[in-house]
Design a protein around this ligand. Structure first.
Ligand code: FAD
Ligand code: DLZ
Ligand code: SF4
Length: 522
């Protein structure tokens, strides 16, 4: 009796539930490189390389442990290119009587997988993904009967259940959240540590050649590839973060600096999301750093909240709301995504820096994603679907279950406030406060209107005006709407006219400027 044990590209974890009770003499581990998975979004070249190389290394490790692994490569002429096609072929090839899988992370794959029992006439077992700290069923219980889902309340329950940073029933330090200590800009005297980069080995180099040839038109640079592709190296990256970055993580979590792509962030999301690291071990490592007096509580609590709180919460929300979640467009935003999201060719220095770093690194940190490219998309009324496709493509950590709630809910408010209590809309003043981008920008962040006015200023007030009917009653928007109420009609008209002219110039390419080089944080 042969059972096929499936491991998908984001399930590269040795104690994955699909491997529980595996019979090493009879069961076959099936791993598949698939055309469909490499092109359902136009993934960054580094993202494809990372996943395929990590899959190949993981298969090698399983074989070294004595497991039978059937690994289908992308260039195998018989490869059908889809999960369903390859599982069907493997069932015949191994005369398998059972297929055992761990639930996939995305709705798209779940829809495929749940039909296999009947479609392929096979005994199919789909197990929970117990790498997450909150199961789908647990989240559904928490969400039941709630009109809005606020992360903070969910997070407190997760703290109690996990015991992380707890003293009995009380949070360590007497508070659940230390964010008020965390929103500092980066002083010139503070230099962030350099990152560990992992030189591509022979397997990675082979994948890089394949990707360069097969996905040449995809976004992103490949020569700068330095990601870990094994658990051992991912653990080294984690260790580097805990030792060198975590102590200042909280203080500078929201800061942005030209030429410093990573600051004090962990840069572990691609490893977490493909299974090389698990959320529990990362939280425990951070908690230990606090207990040993190596990192302060504001940093450790802030970091653990991102994983135990936000990451688990968006995954729960995704499964609770799919498939209809992606279809809402509460602010009726329909403008096409401008070309500068791909080229970085814009006079807006903040946008150019974030897009060009994204192209070079397949990474941008949270505030760059939320308050620069996300904020711009929100203010300019870009079509949520086009924006989501961009975020899904350009980051090495992007999978729909985590990308969609962050983009659709957090950045674009397209879910009408299910995730966030108000839109994360900000004018140029916020970007100026948190970064050094404005000092080398063609636009002037202090100007609200006129030929040199910062587009974020124009678009911010345009956003408030065009969404007045939808947002003015939101108590958390009272401040901007009080200011708007004092604005003369003439001022409003000027803002609308200048903002529309800017958007028109952006769409036609008249605003574009070749931005040339950026300083790479290598
Ligand atoms: P750190 O700042 O060091 O945080 C530690 C970890 O916490 C991260 O590795 C991540 O696993 C988790 N985390 C932090 N914030 C979030 C969050 N908001 N949601 C879920 N997990 C979080 N994250 C992804 O993993 N994949 C995505 O596709 C993705 N798309 C995003 C799109 C938008 C528009 C926005 C605003 C955020 C998105 N995020 C996404 C969340 C967040 O920006 C990234 O997790 C983070 O930047 C990864 O970098 P890091 O590992 O250095 O994070
Ligand atoms: C993202 C991705 C890519 C680019 N390629 C593969 C692949 O060739 N084989 C595979 O099993 N998985 C890949 N993945 C990750 C899958 O898209 C991911 O497992 C699903 O999104 C889970 O729902
Ligand atoms: Fe961005 Fe405006 Fe600052 Fe330029 S002036 S970097 S467009 S916020």
């Amino acid at each position: 009796m042969t059972a096929l044990r499936l491991i998908l590209g984001d399930q590269l974890t040795r104690d994955l539930s699909a491997l529980d009770g595996l019979d090493p003499a009879n069961d076959i581990v099936l791993m598949m490189e698939l055309q469909d998975e490499t092109v359902y979004a136009p993934h960054h070249k580094q993202k494809i390389t990372l996943i395929l190389s990590a899959m190949r290394h993981f298969a090698q490790e399983l074989r070294a442990q004595g497991l039978l692994v059937d690994y289908v490569t992308l260039d195998d002429p018989a490869n059908t290119g889809s999960f369903t096609g390859e599982v069907a072929r493997a069932i015949t090839r191994h005369q398998a009587s059972r297929v055992i899988a761990t639930e996939p992370s995305e709705w798209r794959v779940w829809e495929m997988m749940r039909d296999w029992g009947e479609a392929l006439s096979i005994d199919l077992e789909i197990r929970d993904d117990d790498r997450f700290l909150c199961s789908r069923a647990r989240f559904a219980r928490w969400a039941e009967g709630r009109k809005s889902y606020r992360m903070e309340f969910f997070y407190r329950e997760m703290r109690r259940e996990s015991g992380l940073l707890m003293e009995g029933d009380e949070p360590v330090g007497g508070q659940w959240n230390f964010d008020h200590d965390n929103r500092k800009s980066l002083p010139a005297s503070v230099t962030p540590p350099k990152r560990t980069r992992f030189a591509p080995d022979a397997i990675t180099q082979e994948v890089m050649a394949l990707v360069a040839q097969r996905f040449a038109s995809h976004f992103g640079d490949l020569v700068t590839f330095g990601w870990a592709v094994t658990r051992e190296d991912a653990l080294e990256a984690l260790d580097h973060f805990i030792t060198s970055c975590l102590p200042l993580y909280g203080d500078y979590q929201d800061a942005m600096k030209q030429g410093e792509a990573y600051l004090f962030h962990s840069v572990i999301s691609p490893y977490l999301n493909c299974g090389l690291l698990t959320p529990r071990e990362i939280c425990v490592a951070a908690e230990r750093a606090y207990q040993k007096g190596h990192a302060p509580l504001n940093a450790v609590e802030g970091f653990i909240r991102q994983i135990l709180g936000w990451r688990e919460y968006v995954r729960g929300l995704y499964w609770q709301q799919m498939p209809h979640y992606a279809r809402s467009n509460a602010l009726e935003a329909h403008r096409p995504l401008p070309q500068c999201y791909w080229s970085g060719n814009t006079k807006m220095n903040c946008m150019a820096q974030v897009v060009l770093e994204t192209r070079a690194n397949a990474y941008a940190h949270h505030i760059q994603r939320l308050m620069v490219t996300g904020n711009f998309a929100l203010l300019a009324g870009l079509d949520p679907h086009e924006v989501e496709e961009w975020y899904l493509a350009v980051y090495a950590d992007a999978y729909e279950w985590v990308e969609l709630p962050n983009t659709h809910g957090m950045a674009l408010f397209a879910d009408g406030g299910l995730l966030a209590s108000k839109p994360y809309a900000a004018s140029g003043a916020y970007i100026d406060r948190m970064s050094d981008y404005c000092s080398s920008c063609t636009y002037d962040v202090r100007q609200k209107t006129g030929p040199n006015a910062c587009p974020f200023n124009l678009l911010y007030w345009r956003f408030m005006i065009v969404n007045e009917g939808r947002l003015a009653k939101n108590p958390r928007m009272a401040m901007p709407y009080r200011t708007l109420a004092k604005m003369t009609q003439e001022r409003r008209d000027t803002i609308l006219q200048e903002a529309d002219a800017f958007l028109e110039a952006l769409a036609t390419g008249a605003e574009a400027r070749a931005t040339g080089q950026i300083t790479l944080d290598l």
